[in-house]
Design a binder for this molecule. Sequence first.
Ligand code: CP3
Length: 356
Amino acid sequence: MKGDKPFPPLKNDNLLRAARGEVVDRVPVWVMRQAGRYLPEFQELRKKHDFFTVCRTPELACEVTMQPLRRFDLDASIIFSDILVIPQALGLTVEMHAGVGPVLPQPIRTPEDLKRLTPDGALSRLMYVGEAITMMRHKLDGRVPLIGFTGAPWTLLGYMIEGGGSKTMSKAKAWLNEYPEDTKLFLNLLTDAIVDYLEMQVQAGAQMLQIFESSAEHLSKEEFLEWAVPYLRRIRNELVDRLTKKVIPLVPLTLFAKGAGHSLKEQSELGYDVIGLDWTVDPIEARKEVGPNITLQGNLDPQDMYRDPEELRTLTTEMVHKFGKSRYIANLGHGITPQTPINSMEVLVEAVHKAL
Ligand code: CP3
């Protein structure tokens, strides 16, 4: 954990200012999955080390976290890890298969399987993430803020029931109808683990937190309000309560619910500082929905990174003009994809910084 050594003072705090609605020197920009397979140096490191070994070894996690910062003038770093470290800490095996993605060979198929989960001591099995965060804060030397993250309950439940990614979420969605009470138990169990995990990340040195509800896209508006929103509300309220009671300064919280552009007003009422948008949402419409007191993050289509540099520059500039300089963090509308040309990252970052 944090230890005695104070962290270096922050030099570029535009991300945190934007999150708090303060004036910024320039529009801050970072990219979801900025440390990832589009970088040859990441691919090289992955040849030598298994994915979860990188996550579990603070030196390696820090090295990968640093890789995009060496190349690009980014305004944030995000600790290298994965949302599936929580299912692992709860006792499930998670493997990363090349070309497939995450595989959970013994998924939760029936409510009976919930007994296999091991919530007791889960946090102690996640402390390596805290160690990586603390180490990274020192290695960053105050250059930019460090973001911590977690998967949200519905998204984690989906992976744990499906046994991996799924185009339809048919098994997880069947649970909502067949076992509604067990689904609530399961979502609450995940929420408890998530709150512990986020509190630990703040104590370790995370300066901002993002909650990934990436699988919200599988829910209708009604389902999102029933199966995601109550738990997202609990996460924020319990985390704020805990930090306040322990007199630990709060950090800005971002909610990224992919595909939930239908519920921006409802999201804006949950107490998060920042709402992440996917590219299907219009910035002007989003601002009308959430009002003036929320920061918006997003939302260029990751596929636009495959366009000609000039086209990409124009689209990025137009996007920043629509969002404006106040209460805005530039990002893609989802993670950067593996074949993205590296030059597109340079164009994106420069276009954001020059737009206003
Ligand atoms: O943003 C960052 O740079 C930090 C690292 C990060 C990773 N995963 C590393 C990763 C973050 C924030 C995540 C979050 C994550 N993981 C999400 C939510 C964000 C989103 O994209 O919706 C989800 C759904 C996962 C689960 C997951 N992990 C999937 C579906 C996959 C396979 C698909 C893919 O993009 O590769 C992963 C693997 C993964 N997580 C990789 C990386 C760099 C690539 C794996 C490899 O090196 O083989």
